[in-house]
Write a protein that binds this ligand. Sequence first.
Ligand code: ZN
Length: 406
Amino acid sequence: MQDHVSRLVGLDGFRVKCVIEDGDQLDLEVELVARAQSCPHCAGGALEVHERPVVAVRDLPIAGRQATLRWRKRRYRCRDCRRTHTESCEQAPSRQRLTGRFHSRLAERARSGGAHAEIAREERTSRYQVTKAMRISAAAAIDSRPSALPRRLSFDEAAHRKGSNSLATVVSDLDRRCVHEVLDGRSKRVLERYLGSLSEEQRSGVAVVCIDLHDPYRQAVRAKLPDAQIVADPFHVVRGAGEALDTVRRARQREQRATVKGKRGRSATWNPRLYRARHLLLRGRERLTERQRRRLCDLFAFDPVIAEAWWLKEALRSVYAADSRAQAEWRLDRFAAAAARSGYQPFSAYLNGITPWREEILAHFEQPVSNGYAEGVINKVKVIKRRAYGLPSFEGFRERVLVACG
Ligand SMILES: [Zn+2]
């Protein structure tokens, strides 16, 4: 019977000696099947059992009931050197309160999206154990990553702590669509150190690097990957134009409020039309329905400044719809001239921001890459952060991202 129970529990090398029921909990008295051993200190073979301490180790539930191993360990004393050692086992390493397979189960649940507190409650263990299980599996996953760098990389920033300046850089592999590394910071130095730590072979394999418009990224790539082509991420470029339009809209709302204020006070002045159209204005022209198109036309008749700002945003977007690099160049120049002429401060600021990136923006027509994948990662990271009730350290953040997206 004992052998049957041992087989049922299925922990290699362990024999179940007795099962004690306590409500819905099971205590299994187990011991390791004794093996011939030699002294780890002097390699002598004359060992005697010196003590039998009992340790409690949580294991997977059995038929829905919480199971704890009561393991009577053998502590040996060597007759030759008089030193002691304790038997050990891979599934229940010393000083671990959970078996390896129970840790794996917790990590598996955490990886598939469970909130740590909820897993701990359901598995009747502590949040500390869930986090620890996650750490162990993360370390294993990180070690088993492919070492080869992809041909196409991207650098993207992500905040790893809310409300502070803790910015990280996510290095993504655009070929395999996974995160390759997470760096603590976004300075030139941080990136150069990372790129410098790669082998010559890894670095020479990188042909394209897609980055957001952050000059330290560009400088580091130029310094360390001189042969790689740098592409400005189209999402960031287009988003900047949308932000400029949004700033113009908010300024218009304020102006209109100010002009009417004198007459009837603040509450009567608020024209919600511009505010209500805020999402519609940012939507791409080709994605508008007929009705939305008419709504915008009405709005533009009412406010020609918004009409011009919207046109500027669309003019910038049209650069990416160009059929050729030459056409894109022409459209970019047309946008630049119109933005400068408009005199709208948000657009001149935006233009100043993108002008030094002309080559990298147009490089998209030779290497049509984007950080779309990394953007997805960053959204995923936000969810990961919420589940993990805040991330105390950069290291914890890095692990989570690599496990979830590696
Ligand atoms: Zn010895």
